[in-house]
Design a protein around this ligand. Structure first.
Ligand SMILES: [Zn+2]
Length: 190
């Protein structure tokens, strides 16, 4: 089996769209996105007015108020994602996080045709997703999860569907797998 890496020898950020196109141009049989997970939790501060604890907030570049987070050592386990529609409020956590890598790219508004990874409405463009490879992708994802538990003694947190850009844009069976949490000391060591 021939393997092609999107980051061959250097650890330089490759734009999400380019990751998909590298696989498409090579007419790859399979696309595997290998990730390390991370968990956060809100930083709590004492509110000056009420005296009660509340999450610390800051205004991001786009002027949106977001919660300041610190690392959370508790969450652990492996999960694998296949492209799928679960674009209801509250079920977009993973898709939003994964696709938000786009925000680090220069010129992302133009490159992604106005797609905003943090806005639920943006995901409408993915809603006509049909793929000949859904069954193959899901079957591989399930096998990988089984092997994590059986061979590597990892915790299996299952196969899930999410609207992830690189899975949407690849024209072959494709999966994204989270091999464990770097924020969990035991999994980081492993
Ligand atoms: Zn990830």
């Amino acid at each position: 089996m021939e393997k092609l890496f999107t980051r061959a020898k250097t650890d330089v950020f490759v734009e999400l769209e380019d990751r998909a196109q590298i696989a498409n141009k090579a007419k790859a049989d399979l696309f595997i996105s290998i990730h390390c997970n991370a968990a956060g939790k809100p930083v709590l501060i004492k509110d000056a007015k009420t005296g009660k604890k509340r999450p610390k907030m800051y205004k991001n570049k786009k002027g949106k108020m977001v919660v300041v987070e610190t690392t959370n050592p508790v969450p652990f386990g492996t999960e694998t994602y296949v492209m799928g529609l679960k674009n209801e409020e509250g079920k977009m956590r993973v898709a939003t996080r994964e696709n938000s890598a786009i925000l680090y790219e220069d010129n992302y508004e133009k490159k992604y045709g106005g797609f905003d990874p943090e806005s639920l409405e943006s995901y409408i463009i993915m809603s006509n997703y049909t793929s000949a490879y859904v069954i193959q992708s899901a079957s591989l994802a399930m096998k990988i999860q089984e092997e994590y538990a059986r061979k590597a003694g990892r915790i299996d947190k299952g196969v899930h569907r999410q609207s992830i850009w690189v899975l949407w844009r690849t024209s072959m069976p494709s999966i994204l797998t989270e091999i464990g949490y770097l924020t969990n000391p035991l999994e980081e060591t492993f």
